[in-house]
Design a protein around this ligand. Structure first.
Ligand code: NDP
Length: 451
């Protein structure tokens, strides 16, 4: 008789938890996964996937405008927000079905309900207790908002994905990934969008040329960026709209107020103290390179560990956990050169060090190019692309590639392979471009920017 009900109980069926559980199951482990919401987690149900579908939907607004420059007569066009939301929801249902069958096919038991730890080997779900040799925590995070008067009137990205109608005036607070992505969606679809940022620029942590270029492009596209601004109170008015008090400046009116001010780990009421699992001051769970918490048999992966909050990172952590403990194949995650994208309009693709980070390590050469994408020569759209390469001046190694512009995420994914291989600028230069593309600019920039 086995000592525990399961070899592994995973709490959280998001990207990381599902990957780890199904792999462990496929290697013969007896696995259960606990989930209180929809299978697929933030990325599939409330984040990357539905957001990208809305970005695709919003992009048609630009494509239809651009078509005229290519000889098309575009008649009366209309857009129906509920149709887009319904189609998006249909796709999420399909994906959730796939996730469920993946778990079933890997012989993973799904325990639906909120899971909490009772002790280091016991998880309680809906009043029922199950025991496991190992426990994996992949509960992710949840939007966090500052506690100002009237904050209950604000929505987060969770609700923004399911609005019944498209509001006319939208105020978005925050200048991170989520804020700029939703600003682009609402703006392209016809809303008046104001982005409220408390400092001077959007996208803290990104290369300054990305921050400046995207900031300019967002403004050109009609998004108002109110910098150095803090919202101090939100009042709901009788007509259903909102009045926002701010410092400095006059009150703002809005039909929708959305906060995208970061995400907090979902560790409250998880029973971590009962099991002896330590947390960081922000609630995230510290783990070692094997994803192990301070408790020997309890592990954590994904956003709840607050390492890099990206789905592919959680997927890799889940894969490594399953390979290490259920396939006798120890694997660790390499957090260097993880590429990422912001699906703003235009989008951002980035991999490696920013100029600021690189300069702290030693002398660098910077290569930069700004141009109007060929597609917009005939359409006349006033949107620029910016590409930048950061090179170690001593070793010639490429340390970072950054892009704002059409297809940025698609282009930078390929460059991420080169950086992972330790490519030098000479090797970039020896690579023959594909003409005519924007991507070829990354292998044809010859003159460094003057210091
Ligand atoms: P981010 O951490 O990216 O950005 C938070 C923003 O909110 C910052 O601009 C920050 O400003 C601002 N902010 C924080 N607190 C306050 C406050 N009290 N008042 C006003 N502004 C405040 O968080 P997001 O919510 O955008 O996204 C969460 C995470 O999800 C990201 O870090 C990312 O890892 C992931 N994500 C990834 C995506 C992708 O890969 N495309 C898409 C969406 C999310 P300041 O700069 O001044 O601190």
């Amino acid at each position: 008789m086995a000592q525990y009900d399961y070899d592994l109980v995973t709490i959280g069926a998001g990207s990381g938890g599902v990957r780890a559980s199904r792999l462990a199951g496929s290697y013969g482990a007896r696995v259960a996964v606990v989930e209180s919401s929809r299978i697929g987690g933030t990325c599939v149900m409330r984040g990357c996937v539905p957001k990208k579908l809305l970005v695709y939907g919003a992009h048609f607004a630009h494509d239809l405008e651009d078509a005229a420059g290519y000889g098309w007569t575009v008649g009366d066009v209309g857009f129906d927000w509920p149709s887009l939301i319904t189609a998006k929801n249909r796709e999420l249902d399909r994906l959730e079905g796939i996730y469920r069958s993946i778990l079933k096919n890997s012989k993973v038991t799904l325990l639906e309900g909120r899971g909490s730890l009772v002790d280091a080997h016991t998880v309680e779900v809906n009043g029922k207790r199950v025991t496991a040799e190992r426990i994996l925590i992949g509960v992710g995070g949840w939007p966090s908002m500052p506690a100002i008067p009237g904050i209950e009137h604000a929505i987060t990205s969770n609700e923004a994905l399911d609005l019944m109608s498209l509001p006319k005036r939208v105020v978005i607070v925050g200048g991170g990934f989520i804020a700029v992505e939703f600003a682009g969606i609402f703006n392209a679809l016809g809303a008046e969008v104001s982005l409220i940022i408390r400092k001077d620029r959007i996208l803290r942590g990104f290369d300054d040329d990305i921050r400046d270029t995207l900031g300019e492009e967002l403004k050109k596209s009609g998004i108002k960026i109110l910098d150095g601004t803090v919202i101090t109170q939100i009042d709901k008015r009788n007509d259903g709209s909102y009045l926002l008090k701010r410092t400095p400046g006059e009150d703002l009116e809005a039909d929708l107020v959305m906060y995208a001010t970061g995400r907090a780990p979902n560790t409250a009421k998880l029973g971590l103290e009962a099991a002896g699992v330590k947390t960081n001051p922000n609630g995230s769970i510290p783990v070692d390179e094997w994803n192990r918490t301070n408790v020997e048999n309890i592990f954590a992966i994904g956003d709840v560990t607050d390492r890099i909050q990206l789905t592919p990172v959680a997927l890799n952590e889940g894969l490594n956990f399953a390979e290490t403990f259920y396939n006798n194949n120890p694997r660790k995650m390499d957090y260097e050169n993880v590429a990422s994208a912001v699906f703003s309009m235009p989008p951002v693709g980035t991999v490696g060090l920013t100029e600021e980070q690189a300069r702290k390590r030693g002398p660098v050469k910077i290569f930069r190019s700004r141009f109007r994408p060929m597609k917009y020569t005939l359409s006349g759209r006033d949107e620029k692309t910016m590409m930048k390469i950061i090179v170690d001046a001593e070793t010639d190694r490429v340390l970072g590639c950054h892009m704002v512009g059409v297809d940025g995420p698609e282009i930078v994914q390929g460059l991420a392979v080169a950086l992972k291989c330790g490519a030098t600028k000479a090797q970039f230069d020896a690579t023959v471009g594909i003409h005519p593309t924007a991507a070829e600019e990354f292998v044809t920039m010859r003159e460094p920017v003057a210091e």
